[in-house]
Design a protein around this ligand. Structure first.
Ligand SMILES: [Cu+2]
Length: 440
């Protein structure tokens, strides 16, 4: 374990097993048996090569509303937890899947307490991966629970794949008559629950029929009772009167994404819009949007009217537009306490040793640095890795007992020009690509 003097690698609370502090071993394992555990049927005829590189037991394939299909491989690491590989999206009616993500995974959950007395790296310093929880069938409604072989722990029925309704995909009144075009949509959900000390983290990936990807971490379980000691103004009383001050803290969650959109090299672009107030003489406010190619490594800061996208260097949709995915961060509190928590996204040139946003256990050499901010050092981006940091400042409240309601943090990847039209467009509207026919 690459422990630094300032970094605490101690266990959280009293509920960890000895295995949790072993630290550095990166172990990957899957289900001990595929009997009754394989989450998916084989891919449809004509797509046999898809996901050919993971065996059936590690394969997730889900057909959703409209005929959209998501496919991916999964594996499990005692450091990173669930890792998804070779994620593809096949729009309804398309003959081939679109390659979306080569790898998608958590890259750290960093938990600094407001009084400076404790600071945890839950993935590489506090046993996140070993804390995989057995799930009851009721926790995976309508889905499949898969057994994961966790080194030093054993077999854990810990991977849920299921679908969930997300309501309207779209609604549009017909031009004439009382007809309505509307569709109710579904998402594929893939999740695990990992216990770290008193906390339990639900790590969820969501794949929508329209091509959107969501990544969210929900924290639940219990507040850490060893931290009910904040009498210095850095906590909140959660017992009767002025008692049991739970120390405030942050959960800085990092994800690492390696795209390879459409199987080619990715480019990164940043967009900024500036708004000008209406001129005194009349007219409305104006907005100008600027596109900036991100050609070198970047530590990016979220800003009003700023966004980033990952653009395929090769793949185009049927309209001739480059396929891309926009990074859509959810609500975040950026924590300025450490170099690696100071920024909201990082684009780094991909390197095998650069695995975790902080307290990295990959060996990048004595001068290689052990956190993502150190890896932004001017290299040209030819194979970008994308790191997303979403922070939550947790000031406890009475409702946090007991159990603590799930508080979520995460982001979305929204398809931009992956398909030439809304992939769920009903056939009656399929001709309306571009300027609609206004009649004569
Ligand atoms: Cu918390």
């Amino acid at each position: 374990m690459s422990t630094q003097p300032h970094r605490r690698a101690r266990t959280r609370g009293a509920v960890l097993t000895a295995a949790a502090v072993l630290g550095a071993a990166t172990a990957t394992a899957g289900p001990a048996t595929s009997a009754g555990a394989a989450p998916t049927p084989p891919p449809p005829t004509g797509n046999r090569s898809v996901n050919a590189d993971c065996s059936a037991a590690y394969r997730i394939t889900q057909k959703l509303d409209g005929g959209a299909v998501w496919r991916m491989c999964w594996r499990y690491s005692t450091d990173a937890g669930l890792i998804l590989d070779k994620v593809t999206y096949q729009p309804p009616g398309a003959h081939a899947p679109v390659k979306v993500l080569k790898h998608a995974r958590l890259a750290q959950i960093h938990v600094p307490y407001d009084d400076g007395g404790a600071e945890y790296d839950d993935l590489t310093g506090a046993g996140f991966g070993w804390g995989l929880q057995n799930l009851k069938p009721a926790e995976c409604p309508g889905g499949t629970l898969t057994t994961v072989k966790v080194p030093e722990v054993g077999q854990v029925k810990g991977l849920c794949t299921t679908t969930r309704a997300r309501g309207h995909a779209y609604r549009m009144a017909a031009d004439s008559g009382s007809g309505v075009y509307q569709a109710q949509a579904k998402d594929l959900l893939v999740y695990t629950v990992n216990k770290v000390g008193w906390y339990e983290y639900i790590s969820e990936w969501r794949f929508s029929s329209d091509g959107t990807v969501g990544a969210n971490v929900g924290a639940t379980g219990s507040l850490s009772p060893v931290d009910y000691n904040a009498t210095d103004g850095r906590g909140w009383p959660i017992g009767k009167g002025a008692r049991s001050y739970a120390t405030s803290h942050a959960h800085n969650v990092f994800w690492k994404l390696d795209f390879g959109l459409d199987g080619g090299k990715d480019r990164i672009e940043q967009f900024d819009s500036t708004v000008t107030a209406p001129p005194a003489g009349g007219g409305g406010p104006t907005v100008k949007t600027k596109r900036t190619p991100v050609t070198k490594e970047l530590a990016g800061d979220a800003k009003n009217m700023r966004w980033w996208r990952v653009v395929s260097g090769t793949g185009k949709n049927a309209d001739g537009h480059a396929r891309s995915y926009e990074i859509v961060p959810g609500h975040t509190n950026t924590h300025a306490g450490r170099g690696f928590t100071r920024h909201d996204v990082y684009f780094t040139q991909a390197r095998a040793c650069e695995q975790f946003a902080s307290n990295n256990i990959g060996d990048c050499g004595p001068r290689g640095g052990d956190s993502v901010d150190k890896w932004v050092n001017g290299e040209t981006l030819t194979t970008p890795s994308v790191w997303v940091n979403i922070g939550f400042h947790h000031i406890a409240r009475d409702e946090d007992q007991q159990p603590m309601p799930v508080h979520w943090q995460g982001f979305q990847l929204a398809p931009r020009d992956v398909t030439a039209m809304n992939p769920l467009t009903p056939s009656e509207l399929a001709s309306q690509n571009g300027q609609p026919d206004l009649g004569s």
